[in-house]
Design a protein around this ligand. Sequence first.
Ligand SMILES: Cc1ncc(COP(=O)(O)O)c(C=O)c1O
Length: 385
Amino acid sequence: MPYEFITGYTNGFDDVHFVDLRSDTISKPTQAMRDSMYTAQVGDSVYGEDPSVNELERRSAELVGKEDAVFVPSGTMANLLAIMVHCQKRGSEIICGNRGHTFRFEQGGPSFIAGVSQNCLTNLDDGTFDLKEMQERIRSIGDIHEPITSLIIIENTHNMCGGRVLPLEWIDELATIAKRHNLPVHMDGARLMNAAVASKTPPARICRDVDSVCFCLSKGLAAPVGSVLAGSQQFCTLARRYRKALGGGMRQCGFLAAAGIVAIQNLERLQLDHDKTMRIAKAINNMNSDLVRVDLKSVQTNILMVHVDERRVNAQEFLQRLADVKETDTYRVSIKAASRDAGCCRFVMYWEITDEDVEMVIRKLELTILEFHARSKLVQIIDQQ
Ligand SMILES: Cc1ncc(COP(=O)(O)O)c(C=O)c1O
């Protein structure tokens, strides 16, 4: 049950401190973005005549070390376009991770829109999958019974694995295998810039050996709309063509691209989000709770996975208590977050989350964890009687 959202009951109090950590997509454009949007030069971008879009695409291609880039409305469309371009043959199949966004959260678009099936490998907790198993999944060419392996997709950072940064050596090894089999690799880099900042590695180095990559402007980068899909000139020409077919040809969208240009100018700022995530993680860890815990070494970027012992408290209950404000609460704080499954909640940071918000979140978490401990103890006593 991913992305289950909870509405809190705040008892009618009008001094409640709200903190929304459901996703970094919640982030709103900065003042600098709003200023640049107001004065942006625009034109018809479907004709290739929007100077702001052209500038965003040029800078983005340079940032990720590819020949060209295409501005698209969303990360979902960027992934779908990559799949459509790479999988030209009918009967094509993608190899991807079973916790990957393209498999889990894009409505099966690769199948129902692009006509491509997905062959899923088990994602390990660090967002990777087993490369030996990957090789075994590559279909033998010419077998009339089998689909045609046409693409490998990886995700960096990995959303459902808690914002983990894919190890560079793993990407390099995967790309070597793919090349040997003449297979292209697409990186869903919705949060690629978080990976780059956290690992202190230039984005172009991270995607050096992948054939295409997309990154979102509207998540931690805080632009209002849009993603960029990058690859070779030939790849981007086809992606532009399919973008039009999907209804993603936007006219004077330079207003949006202008915000995107500001978004990619100050990537280092993302480290602040990572630091806030770590502060909350450490506070939970310091409680030494066996009921609610975090794995500190898995906290690398702006996503925090909090694990609850679902036999004693499930993620939904936990989130409900974080969102609710009771009369007896010392601090009136309502936190919104999402659950990944019955045993795991997801908290995501972005630029508008202040130090005060972080403090409030920590206090509410501490209060909630203590409360659930008390309840659990009570249940234990009753069970023993
Ligand atoms: C890893 C990943 N890829 C793709 C997307 C899709 O982006 P969008 O919501 O812009 O379609 C998301 C959105 O959360 C994501 O986390």
